[in-house]
Write a protein that binds this ligand. Structure first.
Ligand code: DX5
Ligand code: ZN
Length: 224
């Protein structure tokens, strides 16, 4: 059994659920409220059926906070844009295997650009997809919704995937981190924490309510 009690769970607010008219202030507010990292969802209307923003916005957020910036790329192809996001200030860049014909090279490119590399598994993508990628990644992002939108319902079957990846990493004594993304709230967070995640992405559950509530929203996710 993984010892989830020993792990300090990190919380990464997704700016997708923030007030887009006040993004800088929102980033500053969640940083002050105890966020461990900011999660920036980049969508292209092609890999996923929604559009968000590009490297210029990442650079603007970079100027507002010292928190690590995690850029979750939901774009296809990936490789033409990696260096621009790292240049904009991304500390970690996560890519989906289905989004680039050469995921191995795309992950190498992320690290060569100077950022940490993450790989994201869609709900329908088996953990086996990771078999030849472990040596190239710092983080595994297990999608607990289908990517594209905030505010969706958590997909229960992914708890088993988290547990399976946790077992594999523990067996290998690996320091790769596991993060979950989508539908994380007070009810679902304890389940993925018990299954062994290191970090929770949360949009709706953090940015719901007023900025005065962000701190308690984050703590409720972290500690239940
Ligand atoms: C979905 C994004 C998520 C999204 C999560 O494609 O990857 O990061 O913002 O939003 P919530 O926490 O509202 O499900
Ligand atoms: Zn995301």
């Amino acid at each position: 059994m993984p010892d989830s009690s020993a792990r300090r769970v990190r919380v990464a607010p997704s700016l997708l659920a923030a007030d887009f008219a006040r993004l800088g202030e929102e980033a500053i507010a969640v940083a002050a409220a105890g966020a461990d990292e900011l999660h920036l969802d980049v969508m292209d209307g092609h890999f996923v059926p929604n559009l968000t923003f590009g490297p210029d916005l990442v650079a603007a957020i970079r100027r507002t906070t010292d928190l690590p910036l995690h850029v979750h790329l939901m774009i296809s192809p990936v490789q033409p844009f990696v260096e621009r996001f790292v240049g904009a200030g991304a500390d970690i860049v996560t890519v989906h295997p289905e989004a680039d014909p050469h995921i191995h090279r795309a992950l190498q490119q992320v690290r060569a650009s100077g950022a940490k590399a993450g790989v994201a598994l869609n709900p329908g993508t088996p953990a086996k997809m990771l078999d030849y990628l472990f040596d190239l990644v710092d983080r595994i992002l297990i999608m607990t919704v289908n990517p594209g939108f905030g505010g969706q319902t958590f997909i229960e079957s992914q708890v088993d995937k988290v547990a399976a990846v946790r077992r594999r990493l523990d067996k290998d004594e690996s320091s790769i981190e596991i993060e979950v993304d989508g539908g994380i709230n007070r009810d679902t967070a304890p389940r993925v924490i018990a299954a062994g995640v290191d970090s929770l992405v949360a949009g709706t559950a953090v940015f719901g309510g007023t900025p005065a509530e962000y701190e308690s929203n984050i703590e409720l996710l972290r500690h239940g």
